[in-house]
Design a protein around this ligand. Structure first.
Ligand SMILES: [Mn+2]
Length: 485
């Protein structure tokens, strides 16, 4: 009964969404304006869409737009290019899209017309992708581009090119090795430099990170809707888990909820790990049958309108925790609880993580899984960092040195994973031999238990908001939900 009531609430909440389609266009416009402010009048930004990716042979994966291109355009079509020229008089925003190929449209569906591209993005100037080369050649040799345009339109940028001050901002990604192949972005830079002069190339990564790190009111609403769908999906997963069921049945129950609410798909491949699979951080196979007495770790969230939260729950497939499972669970839960209290405006995510480390060390020491709470022994069982930004990417762009401020969204996800093999992998030093001998009995007792608890948060002007609050989390909440299914 209780769960049905919750499901009802979700439905009402989603149906009553106050977000209108035009809200996205308004937000896109504001995002581009902020980007152009950072770029300045002597820069241009060139941003390419994500390539299509091969699934196998001549079949592609479902197309997923590059987050940054979508962030500034709302266009989810391949072969799209955005150019921002803040120094221009009117045409500061120019979009290139592939249009009007009847054969391609027959096979793969409608391509945006220039007018539709304008309607979706709010960008008035739209050219075809084929024109991009001649556009670049024009503006990088100090000529204007496009019909019925005043000679002054491109003047600021042209002058910067002529005087060697122009900046081309691109997303370069990680620098390639000297002897390896050039990634596409670097290849593009190489070709630009062969043909044109008067500019330097700048990596725009940091600006995107800074902008995306603080969510706009529109983005906060979508993030909450996305969290709402993912929370409901977790409840569906909890209903599907039982001794004898297969991991993929839980996965199907979860992903059904995503699709039912019009989500694109998962935001990252679902992790549905039962028994020892719960200790595999990115377990993706979902093909094991669950046994009575085991835990199931579920790490899953939808990509809804290009926003993804990140939620993990670990619960007993038969609905009741054993004492050993409770021992570990309570450490992770307490670590999360205490870390939540640290997550205030002005704090850093490293402070949050440090708190989880402190609590987990104490807990592991008490259970005999480490012998020294001062050093790094805890890393044998707590193998990852507990925070990251969320948003358009599940591990969203942002600067971790920036103090927390309203509009930032992130997870807190401590975890403990007791893999006996972790002891075998320690370097063979006398110190480690002694450690292994002392903790071996506790490791035998708890081996195969993997627990992660992960919630998604939005820091607001009124404090921290747990976006995944509806998913049972404490031992009491979980056992009560599982027995009332
Ligand atoms: Mn995560």
């Amino acid at each position: 009964m209780k769960s049905r009531f919750v499901a009802c609430l979700v439905f009402v909440c989603l149906a009553a969404s106050a977000v209108r389609a035009s809200d996205l266009q308004d937000d896109l416009k504001a995002r581009r304006a902020r980007m152009m402010e950072r770029l300045g009048p002597e820069s241009i930004l060139i941003l390419f869409s994500a390539p299509e990716k091969v699934y196998s042979n001549d079949v592609n994966y479902k197309y997923r737009q590059d987050s940054n291109l979508y962030y500034l355009t709302g266009i989810d079509q391949p072969e799209t290019i955005l150019v921002l020229i803040p120094g221009n008089l009117e045409r500061k925003e120019i979009l290139f899209v592939s249009t009007g190929d009847p054969v391609r449209e027959h096979w793969n569906g409608h391509l945006l017309t220039q007018k539709e591209a304008t309607d979706e993005s709010g960008i008035a100037t739209v050219y075809t992708t084929k024109e991009f080369e001649s556009f670049l050649a024009a503006i990088l040799t100090g000529r204007p581009y496009g019909p019925i345009i005043t000679l002054q339109e491109y003047e600021k940028f042209s002058k910067a090119v002529k005087e060697d001050r122009a900046r081309i901002e691109l997303l370069l990604g990680t620098a390639p090795k000297l002897d390896g192949p050039l990634p596409e972005a670097y290849e593009f830079v190489r070709k630009l430099r062969e043909r044109f002069f008067g500019f330097s190339v700048v990596d725009a990564t940091a600006i995107f990170g800074e902008l995306r790190q603080v969510k706009t009111p529109y983005e906060r609403e979508i993030l909450e809707e996305s969290a709402s769908i993912s929370s409901e999906a977790h409840l569906a997963g909890m209903r599907a888990a039982k001794p004898g069921a297969w991991e993929y049945e839980v996965e199907a129950a979860i992903e059904y909820v995503y699709k039912k609410h019009g989500a694109f798909d998962w935001g990252y491949p679902s992790i549905i790990g039962s028994g020892p699979n719960a200790t595999v951080l990115h377990y993706e196979k979902s093909n094991r049958q669950m046994n009575d007495g085991e835990l199931l770790l579920v790490d899953a969230a939808a990509n809804y309108k290009y926003f993804t939260v990140d939620i993990t729950r670990t619960y007993p497939v038969n609905g009741r925790f054993t004492q050993d499972q409770k021992d570990i669970y309570n450490i992770v839960l307490q670590a999360q609880e205490e870390a939540i209290n640290v997550a205030k405006a002005g704090a850093k995510t490293s402070d949050i993580h440090q708190k989880t480390v402190e609590v987990i060390k104490e807990g592991l020491l008490t259970l005999g899984l480490i012998t020294d709470s001062k050093g790094d022994q805890y890393r044998t069982w707590y193998t990852h960092i507990s925070t990251h930004w969320i948003g358009m990417d599940v591990h969203d762009w942002g600067n971790s040195n920036r103090p927390l401020a309203p509009g930032m969204a992130f997870v807190i996800e401590p975890g403990v994973y007791i893999r006996e093999s972790a002891l075998d992998n320690l370097p063979k030093t006398p110190e480690n031999e002694a450690f292994i001998e002392k903790v071996r009995p506790a490791v035998r007792k708890y081996k195969g238990i993997g627990i992660r608890i992960e919630d998604s948060f939005l820091l607001t002007e009124n404090g921290l908001k747990r976006l995944s609050a509806r998913v049972p989390r404490t031992i009491e909440e979980i056992e009560s939900f599982m027995s009332s299914r």
